[in-house]
Ligand binder design. Sequence first.
Ligand code: AMP
Ligand code: MG
Length: 328
Amino acid sequence: MRMSLFVKASPAAVKKAAAFIRGGGTAVFPTETVYGLGADALNAKAVARIFEIKKRPRFDPLIVHVASIRQAKTLARVSAGAEALMKRFWPGPLTLVLPKKKIMPDIVTAGLATVALRMPNNPTALALIKAAGTPIAAPSANSFGSLSPTTAAHARNQLKNGPDIILDAGRTRIGVESTVLTFRKGKGFILRHGGLPREEIERVTGSLDTALKGGKKPASPGQLIKHYSPRAPLRIIRATPLKPGKGLRYGYLAFTTRPSAAVKIFRILSGSGNLEEAAANLFSHLHELDAAGVDIILAEPVPAKGLGRAIMDRLKRASTPEKKRGGV
Ligand code: AMP
Ligand code: MG
């Protein structure tokens, strides 16, 4: 066990975190999606620490965070189509998978010829990247496969083998990870639904495909396995009526309305049925249900449109039955 410094995000704290990153260390920092565990993306040894701390398999490539389109162009070949999306959506929850340049270490991309890039829309994150003077490779700041952290405390509780510093800037605004998009022959494919709804991207690109459907080889390593899971097993249910079974303590994740009075431990994603609010609450509610020590979590489905796609994606992966778990 290795303790981390835990500090409120401030200019002085950002400076300290940047010094750790420059020196080959690691820092947890807020983004608008979830908290990230970052290291200098150009330092393979520093990036290796991320995999150790998270217990993340080496075949799962990282997202590299940049502070400008100009910086992105030093790391990857940016097509006109990709640049148009950057101009429209960066900073924001859109990750673009692009042909990498030589400068990117293989450990970041898991040996792929492409690299995933994103410019986060969070002042602390952008200040950190600028102060570090280097792009920052950063997956979510949780142990591999578990619930993503939407507060600094979530990160601290999961990463026992300490990053050097944790910057605390309160709850993240969006609450689900970025949307990951790639291009094949100039056409866009969504590799992961996330914080930027498909509909918004399609206003710029026209209709998009979801590359993950079918096919044996995953287009995006790390996306086919069980993921985003609470400690308690999770089941998606069709709708209420719910009969709490004998002896089991149920946690219930409702979309808009509270379940029957028999269910004592529950959280509501959004009383008004707002999918943005629901996404922002998703992981923190699951963290809380887990912390209540329930035996099983029952989750209601949400409409699969807008941010609802990202929510359903997370719930489905969290609920993968035991026998289907395991690597890709
Ligand atoms: P995260 O776990 O939030 O850091 O997201 C990283 C995910 O982005 C990985 O698990 C992959 O699914 C995807 N990804 C990152 N780099 C690439 C890449 N070069 N090609 C395809 N997918 C990628
Ligand atoms: Mg993650």
